[in-house]
Design a protein around this ligand. Sequence first.
Ligand code: TXA
Ligand code: MG
Length: 329
Amino acid sequence: MTAQLTTRVLKANAASVAEAARILAAGGLAAFPTETVYGLGADATDGRAVARLYAAKGRPAFNPLIAHVVDLKAAQALARFNPKAARLAKAFWPGPLTLVLPKTAKCRVADLATAGLDTIAVRVPHHTVALEILAAFGKPVVAPSANRSGHVSPTRAEHVQVDLAGRIDLIIDGEATPIGVESTIIACLEEPVLLRPGGLPRAAIERALEQKLAYAPAGSPHIEEAPLAPGMLGAHYAPRTRMRLDVRRVDPGEALLAFGRRPAEGTSGALKVLNLSARGDLIEAAANLFSHLRTLDAAGAPAIAVMPVPHEGLGEAINDRLRRAATPR
Ligand code: TXA
Ligand code: MG
């Protein structure tokens, strides 16, 4: 049980960035925006701070965290880059890409943060506030999505507040996150493998590498014995309301998560309708996904019906999160 804390919410500016760095240095917990979703930051090198972070999220300690750093040079102190990893980092950092790499011998990240693995997940976020905090703090920051474990990832400071008020020290309010789904995770241990589709579309990575990517989420036959992304449990991104996917005909009284210009059959009988993107734009849809799921979850409908979303570009990440959200618990 964690003691009740007073959680301050501050608008992003030079003073609040300095305060976030101060809190991290003191072993505290500070949530901040990245380009993907809000992260809950702790000093990656401080095992007690990391333990506090797991407790605040209610997260199983076997689920390792991503170390956020300010640039490639800082990442190279933590992880060994083979040529393909270096190519991806140069092409896409700062940006919504996480690389899982072998840890270096001098890596000072706490074992608890990597769940005792000899690999580490690293990323350089593409967001002014996140980068300013990392620069001011000067050390790696572990930052899972700033939600209670098993809840939908937060794309606004208010979402963080709903989940974590009283459990963390500070929330930096930097408005809605531009991308809205988490980073794409690639393991570059030998051949690159996609572990989690996310904010960087697979096609962009395949172009940069000039090769196709294998996809090996946890539970897939490749890695059943030693899950590469242990956090990718089936039921992970989860509203409380039951979900029905690929719906073309809405049942009366359901909440509807729509996509595109053409309404699903029965739309007028829905309890509440939100459209991911009325113009059928997958980038806009990703940015709206978690926020819309939270709103529809609160509508009190017996189910959330979700219209089909095309599987191209960011659609791969959107469909991945929808499928997880729909997994019965
Ligand atoms: O966009 C994002 O990545 C956000 C923002 C805040 O940066 N962060 C985020 O963190 O989504 P989190 O903790 O919710 O998801 C991290 C994922 C988990 O599925 C975890 O299992 C996986 O990364 N992971 C971390 N370290 C790993 C490792 N060494 N090997 C394999 N997977 C790892
Ligand atoms: Mg998460």
